[in-house]
Structures are given as structure tokens and as C-alpha cells.
Design a protein around this ligand. Structure first.
Ligand code: FAD
Length: 518
């Protein structure tokens, strides 16, 4: 049902700001924090009672669990996230930079070192040392170096005007321009060109890493995105103390200390009007804003935004309707002895090279660090285990069918995880699981779809959902827009969108009402 007309409603506003940001996930909070630091008055309107969305958290029996994301990517000094923290004047929250993690393939264990001097010999030792392997890795290294560098400099896609193309050409040094041709090939193409498409261990490892970062198979995944995705640990994976609870609370507190307003339990139901006079109707009342940033999945934006926005989003929503996926996440609060078998706190497990990924075949295990008392009580650890799933298997289930499916899959996931930690979940204090229904309810993800679209050559980069869709004063950010899913992508998006908002001078600097209801 369409909720919005193009006229602002007549209700007296309860808050007036330069920029209203819809959605208090990482994308929304990061964009708002940048704008607030740059002198614009902002409000973040969040439907849930906690910030974070898919990078959010919840507490149970003294444990803090990460709802989705467990690691911040490229948040070190000089990285995309590091630039963000510096630009808003926030000190780097305490946390652990992971030295890497272990990939448990069906027939071998590969240590994914962060340090390239350790990773380069490890990949040849564990996955093959032929000239083809060396040439293949050299290509991936070249692409990753060039495009991580471009990301850190704030490159923006898709190219929508000659000005955009010029800006991208300035960011990518001329010696890297020939790499642009790889925009048109997939990881599968690159593997075939090197005669490695049938190399089970190599393809198995790449498939896991690509599914988690590009949300696609090796044959569908755009090569450049895949090269970036499989090198995220080189860019740096940080787990904040207290996980996302530690990070998101610190970010929200910093944002509020700079004058921003984080309005909780404040679902936006309709957005009317246009630049200079948007009216956002929420469950708490109406806000007025000169500009709007929609930091929510585009299918929600299309439902609540002015008609001009909806019309422009329609073709993207139709195009990607069958390219959405879900996640299952187990939350375990366990005695320390159940996870004391390894010094590595993060692992990824593949059960079978020949079965499709998901439902336990490709699981990411994240364990809170020893001594991180913000994540778990003394003598205990918080464990999050995630795997992908299709959405349709969770639809139209009776309550008992839902519970029984959930319980059989959680038992299977615990069983698989015992390859890494043989005593895991034998005596848990907390044992819970999130399904697409959970993500729909608590993170407001339509149908529980997470992780943006499953990326292909036809829906990303040059064809991605842009941040600007041609409606003045209305901007999009978040993991359904370019460059896609993940904390690094969302943070890069926030930089680009904050820059776009700031191109328009504040028409009348408004002051957010101090008393936005909590
Ligand atoms: C299981 C899982 C594991 C992951 N692991 C990692 C990882 O380790 N590292 C990593 O970098 N990335 C990871 N990701 C990806 C990452 O979590 C997401 O890409 C990112 O958090 C998306 O942020 P967002 O702000 O774009 O969207 P969201 O997190 O979805 O935020 C949108 C917010 O908008 C709110 N909202 C929706 N509708 C309305 C409305 N009408 N009015 C007001 N508010 C509304 C929602 O409540 C939500 O808080 C993971 C994702 C999942 C699901």
C-alpha cells in the first residue's frame, strides 16, 4: 500500500533538521555522524530500540551478542573505517585486530593470515603451487591493491555523468585504468582463464569467501568485487570489545555528544514533500527536514518515499527480486572451556565441496576474545555462528513446523562447529538462533533478506543502485546500494552520500528539537 503523497502533512513537527536520516544501522549512523560533524543538524529515525540493524546487538544473561556483523572491516588508521572515525573525531574503540582466521575445508585447514608475508606462502602450500596458481593470485593481488586503494580514496559508482567518470579516473591512477576491463568478467571467468575452475580446494575456499562478501557464487560474482571480498582480512578485521554492542553504543554516544539526535522506536511510515520541506511521518510524530537520507533497504524506501523516488526505484526492485538471500545465526553463551581448543577466535567451515553453500555448508564462527568482559561474563565466551539460507523455505510455515526446522538446523550447525571446537554447546548458558523471520522482525529487513543483493555483472558497479536517483534532496545509502554489503561498503557509502548532501548549502539551518521523545 502506498502511504505517501507528495505533499507534506499539516501536522506540527516534533523536530526540524537540515537532514533526516531514516534507519539507524551503520550506514545511517555513519552518514548522520559525518553530517553532524560538518555542521548540519541531523536526526536519525530508527524503528528499533537499539542502534545497529544488521550490525546491531542484543543482550542475554550477561552476554552481548552480535546480531549479524561481528567484525569491522578496514577500520584501521588509513582504512575506509579509519577515515570515518577520524573525520568525525571519534577515537578508535578498543578492540582486537584479528591476525586472520582459519578455513576448515573438507580435506585441509588453510590459515588465512592477515599478514601478506605469511598468507602468500600459505596459499601456495595449502592450495597449489603451479604457475597457473601463481598467475591467478598475482591477478587477484593486483586487482585488490588497485581497488582497495580506490575505495579508500572514496571512488563512487555507478558512473552517471561525465563528471562522475572524470572523478573516478582521477582516483584510479592511469597505470590502473587497463584493470577497468575486469569490470566485465566474473571470478569464474578468471578461474577458467587460468585452467583452475575445477580445482576443488581453491574453488571451495574462494566460494566461501565470496558468498560471505559478495553474496554470490564464483560463477556469478563480478571479479573485482570478489577480489576485494576475498582480501578483507588483509584490509583488517577488527572485533570491538563488547562486539557490535561496544562499537555501536560508542558511535551513538559520540554522535549524540556532537549534537545529533538518535530517535529510537521511531519508525518512519511516510515521507512527503521535497527538497527544503520534507515531512517524515513517524510513530512518534512528524519531522521536517531540508534533505532526507534513506539508510534502509530500497524496498522499504519505495513503500514510504515520495512517488518520484518510488518510480525510480521500481526497476531495480523488480530486477533484483529473485536475487535476495537470508542468514541463520546461532548465539551461544558458553563456558570458556568449550572454546579453549584454539588460539584463533574466528573460523570458517566448509563441509562438502560438492553441495550448495548454506544451511551449515559454509559457516562463519566468531568467538569473543578471552578477557572481553563486555561480551561475556568472566569464565565465559560469546559465540556467533552464521550461515546463509534461501528465504522461501522459511515462508508459510506453521509455528510448530518453524520451530522444528529451526531446531534441526541449529543442531546440525552445532554438530558441524564441533569439528573446530569438539566440546562446543555441550553445556551452554545461552543457545538461540535467528532466522529470516528474526531479521524481518528485529532489523526490519523485508522477508528477512540480508546482505544486499546477490551480486552479478548486471546488478553491481556500473549497474548498481546509485546513491542519487535524480530526486533533489533525497539520497540513498546502505547495503542495497553500491558498493553492497558489509561494514566497509556501508562506511564508504556514508562518505559519498554525506559529500553529496553537503553539495547543497543548508537552506535554513534548523535545530533538532532537543526533546525528541526517547
Ligand atoms: C549474519 C550476518 C553477518 C554479517 N557479518 C558481517 C561481518 O562480520 N562484517 C561486515 O563487515 N559485515 C557483515 N555483515 C553485513 C553487515 O552487517 C550489513 O551489510 C550492514 O550492517 C548493513 O547496514 P545498513 O545500515 O545498510 O542496513 P541495516 O543494518 O539493515 O540498517 C537499517 C536500519 O533501518 C531501520 N529501519 C528499517 N525501516 C525503517 C523505518 N521505516 N523507519 C525507521 N527505521 C527503519 C532498521 O531497524 C535498521 O536498524 C553481516 C550481515 C549478516 C546478516
Amino acid at each position: 500500500m502506498r502511504l505517501a503523497s507528495n505533499e507534506p502533512s499539516g501536522h506540527a513537527p516534533i523536530g526540524e533538521v537540515d537532514v533526516a536520516v531514516v534507519g539507524g544501522g551503520l550506514s545511517g549512523l555513519a552518514t548522520a555522524a559525518r553530517l553532524q560533524t560538518s555542521g548540519r543538524s541531523t536526526v536519525v529515525l530508527e524503528a528499533h530500540s537499539f542502534p545497529g540493524g544488521c550490525s546491531g546487538y542484543f543482550r542475554r544473561k550477561g552476554f552481548a551478542f552480535d546480531v549479524g556483523a561481528t567484525t569491522l572491516v578496514d577500520f584501521e588508521p588509513g582504512g575506509v573505517g579509519g577515515e570515518f572515525l577520524d573525520s568525525i573525531g571519534m577515537s578508535h574503540p578498543p578492540g582486537d585486530l584479528l591476525p586472520g582466521y582459519q578455513a576448515w575445508l573438507p580435506d585441509r585447514i588453510v590459515t588465512l593470515h592477515r599478514d601478506p608475508n605469511r598468507w602468500h606462502p600459505e596459499r601456495l602450500r595449502s592450495l597449489g603451487d603451479s604457475q597457473a596458481h601463481r598467475d591467478f593470485w598475482a591477478l587477484l593481488d593486483k586487482l585488490a591493491d588497485a581497488f582497495w586503494d580506490a575505495s579508500r580514496k572514496g571512488i563512487s559508482l555507478p558512473l552517471r555523468s561525465p563528471g562522475h567518470a572524470l572523478a573516478a579516473a582521477r582516483i584510479l591512477p592511469p597505470q590502473h585504468w587497463p584493470l577497468g576491463r575486469h569490470l566485465f568478467s566474473t571470478m569464474g571467468d578468471a578461474l577458467r582463464r587460468h585452467g583452475l575452475r575445477d580445482d576443488k580446494a581453491l574453488v571451495g575456499l574462494l566460494s566461501m569467501l565470496i558468498e560471505d562478501t559478495v553474496h554470490a557464487t564464483v560463477d556469478d560474482a563480478p571479479l573485482i568485487n570478489a577480489a576485494l571480498g576475498i582480501t578483507i582480512r588483509g584490509a583488517g578485521l577488527t572485533r570491538a570489545h563488547g562486539g557490535m554492542s561496544g562499537f555501536m553504543q560508542a558511535l551513538t554516544a559520540h554522535y549524540e555528544a556532537t549534537g545529533g539526535r538518535f530517535a529510537r522506536n521511531c519508525e518512519v511510515q511516510a515521507i512527503r514533500g521535497g527538497k527544503g520541506n520534507f515531512g517524515l511521518e513517524t510513530t512518534k510524530g512528524t519531522f521536517r527536514a531540508d534533505q532526507v537520507v534513506a539508510a534502509i533497504p530500497i524496498s522499504i524506501t519505495a513503500r514510504i518515499a515520495p512517488e518520484a523516488v518510488t518510480k525510480r526505484l521500481d526497476r531495480f526492485i523488480k530486477r533484483d527480486a529473485d536475487r535476495m538471500g537470508g542468514a541463520l545465526v546461532m548465539f551461544l553463551g558458553v563456558p570458556e572451556a568449550e572454546v579453549s581448543d584454539h588460539e584463533w577466535t574466528h573460523h570458517q567451515v566448509l563441509v562438502d565441496y560438492d553441495q550448495p553453500l548454506g544451511l551449515g555448508n559454509n559457516m562463519f564462527i566468531s568467538v569473543s576474545a578471552a578477557g572481553d568482559l563486555a561480551s561475556a561474563p568472566a569464565g565465559h565466551r560469546a559465540v556467533m555462528i552464521s550461515t546463509h539460507c534461501d528465504l522461501d523455505m522459511w515462508e508459510q510455515l506453521e509455528r510448530s513446523q518453524y520451530q522444528s526446522l529451526k531446531s534441526s538446523i541449529s543442531d546440525r550447525m552445532a554438530q558441524i562447529a564441533r569439528r573446530v571446537y569438539p566440546r562446543l554447546a555441550t553445556n551452554p548458558v545461552v543457545f538461540e538462533m535467528a532466522t529470516p523471520r528474526t531479521f524481518e522482525r528485529f532489523a526490519r529487513r523485508p522477508n528477512g533478506a540480508v546482505g544486499g543483493v546477490r551480486q552479478t555483472l548486471r546488478n553491481t558497479n556500473l549497474f548498481a543502485v546509485p546513491h542519487e536517483i535524480g530526486v533533489d534532496g533525497f539520497h540513498l545509502v546502505g547495503d542495497s546500494t553500491w558498493p553492497g554489503l558489509g561494514t566497509v561498503a556501508c562506511t564508504l557509502g556514508s562518505r559519498i552520500v554525506a559529500g553529496n548532501v553537503l553539495k547543497s548549502p543548508a537552506t535554513a539551518t534548523r535545530t533538532a528539537k532537543a526533546g525528541v521523545p526517547a
